[in-house]
Design a protein around this ligand. Structure first.
Ligand code: FES
Length: 165
C-alpha cells in the first residue's frame, strides 16, 4: 500500500481518530467523519479512508464513492495557495488558454494537481461570475482581472513564501 506522502508536512490524525472513536460502528456518520478528515488533513488520503472504513464499518468502495462525488472532499492534498483559472467562454475567447498554459509551465503541474512542496494547487473552473473582467483567475481570496500570460510569473511571485532567513 504505497502512498506518496510529502515529508515536508506532518499529518496529524488526532482529530480524525477522535471522530472515528465517537462514531465507532456508525455508518451514518460517514459524511461527518470525512469532513473531519478533510478539515484536519486538508484532504482524504488512503490512510484516512482505511481508518474510517475500519472504524465505521463501511466499505472502502463506498468511501471512495462519497469522496469523489462531493466536491468538498479531495483525494489529493491542496496547496497553501489555490489558483483557479477560468476557462469559461468569455475568458476563453480573451486568451485564458494562454494564461493556463503559462500557469502550468510556471508551477510545473497540471490542473487538479498540487506542487510537491504543497505550496500551489491549480484548478480549471468554468466561470467565476466576473465575465466582464475576462480573462479572470483567482488566487486564494483574490480575484485578478484581465490577466495576461506574461504577467503570470510576477503574479505567482507575490504569493510565494518569502525565503526564510
Ligand atoms: S467565463 Fe470567466 S468569469 Fe465568466
Amino acid at each position: 500500500m504505497e502512498e506518496k506522502v510529502c515529508v515536508c508536512q506532518e499529518e496529524d490524525y488526532g482529530a480524525l481518530e477522535k471522530a472515528i472513536e465517537t462514531n465507532r460502528g456508525n455508518a451514518g456518520a460517514l459524511i461527518q467523519v470525512l469532513h473531519t478528515a478533510q478539515e484536519s488533513l486538508g484532504y482524504v488520503p488512503r490512510k484516512a479512508q482505511e481508518m474510517i472504513a475500519e472504524g465505521l464499518n463501511v466499505s472502502l468502495a463506498e468511501i471512495y464513492g462519497v469522496v469523489t462525488f462531493y466536491s468538498l472532499f479531495s483525494l489529493k492534498p491542496k496547496g497553501r495557495v489555490q489558483v483557479n483559472c477560468c476557462q469559461g467562454t468569455a475568458c476563453y475567447v480573451r486568451g485564458a488558454p494562454k494564461v493556463l498554459e503559462r500557469l502550468q509551465r510556471e508551477l510545473g503541474i497540471s490542473p487538479g494537481d498540487t506542487t510537491d512542496d504543497r505550496e500551489f494547487s491549480l484548478e480549471v473552473v468554468r466561470c467565476l461570475g466576473a465575465c466582464g473582467l475576462a480573462p479572470v483567475l483567482t488566487v486564494n481570496e483574490d480575484t485578478h482581472a484581465r490577466i495576461k500570460a506574461d504577467r503570470v510569473s510576477a503574479l505567482l511571485e507575490r504569493y510565494r513564501k518569502p525565503e526564510s532567513n
